[in-house]
Every structure is written in C-alpha cells, then in structure tokens.
Ligand binder design. Structure first.
Ligand code: G5P
Ligand code: MG
Length: 226
C-alpha cells in the first residue's frame, strides 16, 4: 500500500507559507493546495462561491467556515489517494474539526515570524493575478520590474497587503489560530519554527520532513473522531 502523507502549514499573513509550501511540494512531491489561491481563482472565475467570498477577501476578513469547508473538503476527498500539503487551511477550530472528520493530518508546521518582518515583506510583495505567482522586490524579484516572468503580464499589489489591513489581519490571525495550534499540539503533530528569514528556517523543515516522510507507516485517509 502506498505511504500517504498529509501536512498543513500555518502562519500569519506573509509568514512564508506559500514560499515554503512550494519548496516542500518541489522537494517531496506533495500536491500543494493553497486556500488563498482557490479563493482568488473562484473570484476571478466569478463562480457562485467567488461572488460570495470576494467581499471577505477584499476586506481581509476570514471567509465563513461553511464556505471554506465546502470549497476545500470536496477537493481533498477527490485526492484521497494522494499525499498533499495544505497552505492556509484549516485556519479556525471549526475548519480543523471538519478536516479531522475527513482525515487525520500527519504533520502541521506553524511559522512564528515577528510582526516587523511581516510588515516589511508584505509591503514589498507583488502578485501575478492570473496565476497567483508571488514576487518580492527584495527576496525574489521578477526578471523585468513589474512583469510576470512567465507571461510578461503586469504584477499587482493586493489591497490586503497595505498596512492598516495587515495589522487587523495579524491581530485576528493570533486569536483564531491559538485553539487550532492547541488542538494540533494535543495531537502531537505540531512543529513550530521561528525566525526572520525563510532561507534559515527551510533547512530545519527540510530535515523534519525527510525524517517524517521516511518513517511514515502505510496508511489510508482515515477519519478521526472529533
Ligand atoms: P492567503 O492567500 O492564505 P495569507 O494572508 O494567509 O493569504 P499570504 O499573504 O499568502 O498569507 P504567506 O503565504 O504566508 O502569505 O507568505 P508568502 O507569500 O510565502 O511570503 C510573503 C512575501 O514575503 C512574499 O513576497 C515572499 O516572496 C516574501 N518572503 C518569503 N520569505 C522571505 C524572506 O525570508 N525574506 C524576505 N525578504 N522576503 C520573504 O489568504 C488570503 C485571504 O483569503 C482568505 C482570507 O480572507 C485571507 O485574508 N482565506 C481564508 N478565510 C477563511 N479561512 C481560510 N482557511 C482561509 N484561507 C484564506
Ligand atoms: Mg500565501
């Protein structure tokens, strides 16, 4: 039986979830599922869910739990034979419980990054709206300023990366994440990483995953009683 591995990465806005997730997906062959990307995709496609979530995402507010679980859980059910990594989901205790009913995670990574670092990073962040590709003018700039490397289309800055919106996102993140972190701690699957540079955190995450993925017992996606 194939060894399946299910992980999630948590952290405040700008903590490097996306950057680290892409490295994990690339190095360990996990499917990478980003809740923010799915939301932006549904907004661009103007689906029923997209119309509903647009105002929440634009105001940097959490999308209601029932909408989030309806967006994420069916995708995970379809991927029941795959190993995957979730970025940005679950974000509330209610989402974590809904996920637990579908599947037990093997590992959760939590990123603790100082506020000042987050503020600096996000004010420098530019996105290619069509694909969700993220650039940072200092850390990973595009080859041509203001243009996407692949398509050459213009890059934009999200309204929710501007300072006022960012402050309220961070405050809210802390309150909402605490019970989720406590839950995963109690399950013995939480691994926290602190620091100001992704490149310095990455070797520790890389080594943790190398160990965990090689010692993972054969498994299938089993529900866990809440
Ligand atoms: P998202 O899209 O999940 P956030 O706000 O949680 O958005 P975000 O902004 O995507 O998180 P990140 O993925 O943690 O940040 O970080 P990143 O993009 O990798 O890195 C941030 C920037 O810093 C990038 O430019 C990167 O290049 C740079 N960087 C990384 N490392 C370093 C470094 O070491 N040094 C430097 N200098 N730079 C670095 O969610 C968006 C919205 O969707 C809704 C909410 O409304 C949310 O606001 N949403 C949900 N709502 C309810 N429930 C959920 N589960 C939801 N999920 C999303
Ligand atoms: Mg992200």
């Amino acid at each position: 039986m194939a060894k399946l591995f299910r992980a999630a990465i948590m952290g405040p806005p700008g903590s490097g979830k996306g950057t680290i997730s892409k490295r994990i997906a690339h190095s360990f062959g996990l499917l990478y599922l980003s809740s923010g990307h799915f939301l932006r995709e549904s907004i661009t496609a103007k689906t029923e869910a997209g119309v509903l979530v647009k105002s929440f995402v634009e105001r940097s507010m959490l999308v209601p739990d029932h909408v989030m679980t309806r967006l994420m859980l069916p995708r995970l059910e379809e991927l029941s034979g795959n190993s995957w990594l979730l970025d940005g989901f679950p974000r509330t205790l209610s989402q974590a419980r809904a996920l637990n009913n579908l599947c037990q995670l093997d590992l959760v990574i939590s990123l603790n990054i100082p506020y000042e670092t987050l503020r600096e990073r996000l004010s420098d962040r530019w996105i290619h709206p069509g694909s969700g590709r993220v650039y940072n003018m200092g850390f990973n700039p595009p080859r041509v300023q203001g243009k996407d490397d692949i398509t050459g289309e213009p890059l934009i800055q999200h309204d929710d990366d501007k300072p006022d919106a960012l402050m309220s996102r961070l405050r809210h993140y802390k309150d909402v994440a605490k019970p989720v972190i406590d839950l995963y701690k109690s399950q013995g699957i939480l691994h926290s990483f602190s620091g100001t540079e992704t490149d310095r955190i990455w070797p520790y995450i890389n080594s943790l995953l190398s160990t965990k993925m090689h010692t993972q017992p054969p498994d299938t996606c089993q529900p866990q009683m809440p």
